[in-house]
Unconditional design. Structure first.
Length: 324
């Protein structure tokens, strides 16, 4: 099946990255682009990921969104549950310099880096216009020289209305143009180690159906879906199944539950267990990233012993289960 074959891209990239010099020519999804190369080549110093270690070869990914990976609260949480994620998430401002050492730190700890770039410094329109192509080329060059697989997502939850790049302030057509433009520059720089993840919010108001933001199959490798179990009756199926069905009308690519949390309450341990159990049973879902932070309106943190134990047990079982 297509989603199984695409999930194995990571394993293939890892195997071919050993000893990489930063001039990779291996065939990967990014080579599908047909855009002409930009006129100039970047010269920013880069770091080769082959010096960082090896990434996980797994069919089940899991992670924790707990501020910046490696920060004290992140380390404390991992120490409490006694496990180490296989994906680390970095939320970055597109337009700011990227330091590859963060991705190297992640690889050394046995995880796949996810760079979630958001258009805060520059708008989606500016990114699509060509005005910052020099920055995009430098970034692509850095990522290419890193060699090892890197997940990249641009402007997550664009079908919601809470970000400047959301549907009320940025037309879907502009977002699609931006995505393709950035992707094509990376392709022209032969940054073939990128796994492009298109990340949407679950399709429930104030978010809308994600179809209009779809860049096309040639531009996406994985799909991320964000959603939260906010109410007592919420389950994995109730929160995610309708949006998974929407995504399946567009692509058979692997799906990462790229942000999920369970609201506090006496049933939270059982709901966490059900969340991971159902994710493991859902075809095409290859990973779950759990939000463990105090956001603007809700404290999602797992602080009680029962919830922490349930989480550790659920993640351990999920990681050991058969691939999607």
């Amino acid at each position: 099946m297509k989603h199984v074959a695409t999930a194995l891209i990571v394993v293939g990239l890892i195997a071919s990255s050993v000893g990489c010099s930063g001039q990779s020519t291996r065939p990967t999804p990014n080579n599908r682009s047909t855009s002409p190369p930009p006129n100039s080549q970047p010269t920013t110093p880069v770091a080769a990921g082959s010096t960082c270690g090896s990434e996980p070869q797994t069919h089940r990914y899991w992670g924790v969104i707990e501020g910046y990976p490696g920060n004290p609260s992140y380390q404390q949480f991992l120490g409490t549950i006694g496990l180490r994620p296989t994906i680390d998430v970095f939320f970055l401002n597109f337009g700011r310099p990227w330091n590859p050492s963060s991705a190297c730190w992640t690889v050394r700890h046995g995880a796949l880096p996810l760079l979630q770039f958001n258009p805060r410094k520059y708008s989606v329109r500016t990114m699509a216009s060509g005005a910052i192509d020099g920055y995009i080329m430098r970034l692509a060059h850095q990522v290419r020289a890193f060699c090892l697989p890197i997940l990249i997502s641009l402007g997550h939850e664009m079908n919601g209305n809470w970000y400047p790049w959301g549907w009320t302030r940025t037309p879907a057509a502009t977002f699609v143009k931006m995505w393709r433009h950035v992707h094509d520059i990376f392709a022209s720089q032969k940054a073939s180690n990128v796994i492009w993840m298109w990340t949407v919010n679950r399709a429930v108001l104030p978010a809308t159906r994600p179809g209009p933001w779809w860049p096309g199959r040639a531009y996406v490798n994985w799909v991320g879906i964000d959603g939260h179990l906010r109410h007592s009756g919420d389950t994995f199926k109730k929160v995610f199944d309708p949006t998974i069905a929407e995504v399946r009308r567009l692509t058979g690519d692997p799906i990462l539950i790229s942000e999920v949390a369970v609201v506090a309450g006496p049933q939270r341990p059982a709901r966490i267990a059900d969340l991971y159990r159902t994710a493991a049973q859902t075809p095409g879902v290859i990973g779950v990233l759990f939000l463990n932070m105090w956001t603007v309106r809700i404290d999602w943190r797992l602080q009680d012993t029962a919830s922490l134990r349930a989480f550790a047990k659920a993640v351990k079982a999920y990681s050991a289960s058969a691939g999607a």
